[in-house]
Every structure is written in structure tokens, then in C-alpha cells.
Write a protein that binds this ligand. Structure first.
Ligand code: AMP
Length: 219
């Protein structure tokens, strides 16, 4: 199944994506994570992306679309994939349809996590990520066993550079202006499913499971 996971910054897309990837054995393709990798490796794309990411702006469509086009050519996407954080603009969504149609594929379901704005800010400002493996934590809701140390790999936990209050409010503003209109785009195609993302990670995943079961019943 080819899936998109959508929702504002802090809605929990990444947390759900990690579980979906494990459970359904499909690759998790996060453009945000790909940009962070590129920044770490100091590639040309990384250096360019950093200028936008640090301000909470979107990286230009042309750069982002090419990144995804290449990634979707990899063999591991043959039996399905989960895109997280892409598309974020109508132009990206149209480009994605085009890329997929060229290989006879399409997006099957779009899972949209619905979360109130106050919860988003609390979640993002408390978020910590492992500098080494990227695992995410929260200072209240998902504490590591040892303070500031990753449970998975023992790496140091840090706050993402774009998780500070000023950048977060711009990211949320950009989401409402540029990304939210995509919900209508997918609703018109009849593939949008809204679920409540304000509860615990496991609670939200139960809604995801239900969507996957219902989709299997139809095939
Ligand atoms: P994320 O990890 O999905 O929150 O993404 C972090 C940042 O990377 C975003 O705030 C954007 O600056 C950039 N980014 C990620 N995905 C995209 C995209 N599809 N289009 C443009 N910029 C993106």
C-alpha cells in the first residue's frame, strides 16, 4: 500500500511512521529526515535546505521533488511506502501524482492526524531527538530511561534546531497556508482519512490499524 501521513508540525507523523514501517514492512520516507541527513553530510542540497529549515520555511519545490523522485526509484518502494512530510504544497502533490503515474502507481490512502494547535506547541517544544540515530523523545510524554541519553543507541539527545518557539510558530503558519489546502486535494480524490492524533502514540496507532484492516477488507 502506498500511504501518505499528514498533519501539522508536532501532530506525531514521525512517531506513527516508525510504527507503521515496522508493522507493515514498508519504507518510511521522510523528506525532513532526508534533509537533516544532507545537512549533516554537508552536501549541496543540505546547505541549501538549511537556510530554509532554520527559518521554518519550506525548501523550494524543485529541490524537494527531485529528492523524492530519486528516492521512489529505489527497489524497497516496490511493495509500498509511507511518505511523511511530503507533499507539503499543491505543486508537490501534483508532481507526486505525475511521478507515480509514470510507473503505474498511485497513492492509496492519506492519513491525516488532527491535533489542536495548543497541543502542537507543547509537543514540539518538549521534543528531543537522538543526535546519532534520530529516535524521538519528549521531556514529559516519552522520557528516555536515562536523562538526555537515547534508549536505542546511547547517543546524546538534543533539541532540533527548528524546534525553538520562533521557528515553530512560523512552521505552523506555513502549514496552514501551504499544506493544509492539500487535505481538500486528497479529499476530492476520496482517499483522505482524518484521525484524532491528540492522544497517546499507541491510541493513535489503533486508529491507523483500523484503517489498514478496512483497506485490506476491500482488496
Ligand atoms: P519535518 O521533519 O517534516 O518537520 O521537516 C523539517 C523541515 O524540513 C520543514 O520545516 C521544512 O523546512 C523542510 N521540509 C521537509 N519536507 C519538506 C517538503 N516536502 N517541502 C519543503 N520543505 C520540506
Amino acid at each position: 500500500m502506498n500511504l501518505l501521513i499528514m498533519g501539522p508540525p508536532g501532530a506525531g507523523k514521525g512517531s506513527q511512521a516508525v510504527i507503521i514501517k515496522e508493522r507493515y514492512n514498508i519504507p518510511h520516507i521522510s523528506t525532513g529526515a532526508m534533509f537533516r541527513e544532507a545537512i549533516k553530510a554537508k552536501t549541496k542540497t543540505g546547505l541549501l535546505a538549511k537556510e530554509y529549515i532554520d527559518k521554518g520555511e519550506l525548501v523550494p519545490d524543485s529541490v524537494t521533488i527531485e529528492l523524492v523522485r530519486e528516492r521512489l526509484q529505489a527497489d524497497d518502494t516496490k511493495n509500498g511506502f509511507l511518505l511523511d512530510g511530503f507533499p507539503r504544497t499543491i505543486a508537490q502533490a501534483q508532481a507526486l501524482d505525475q511521478i507515480l503515474s509514470e510507473v503505474g502507481k498511485k497513492i492509496d490512502k492519506v492519513i491525516n492526524l488532527v491535533v489542536d494547535e495548543e497541543i502542537l506547541v507543547i509537543r514540539i517544544s518538549g521534543r528531543r531527538v537522538c543526535k546519532t540515530c534520530g529516535e524521538t523523545y519528549h521531556i514529559v510524554n516519552k522520557k528516555p530511561k536515562v536523562e538526555e541519553i537515547c534508549d536505542v543507541c546511547g547517543g546524546e539527545l538534543i533539541q532540533r534546531a527548528d524546534d525553538n518557539v520562533a521557528t515553530v510558530s512560523n512552521r505552523i503558519k506555513v502549514y496552514y497556508e501551504k499544506t493544509r489546502p492539500l487535505l481538500n486535494y486528497y479529499d476530492d480524490k476520496g482517499i483522505l482519512i482524518n484521525i484524532d492524533g491528540s492522544g497517546e502514540i499507541e491510541e493513535t496507532f489503533r486508529y491507523v490499524e483500523k484503517i489498514m484492516e478496512d483497506a485490506n477488507d476491500l482488496t
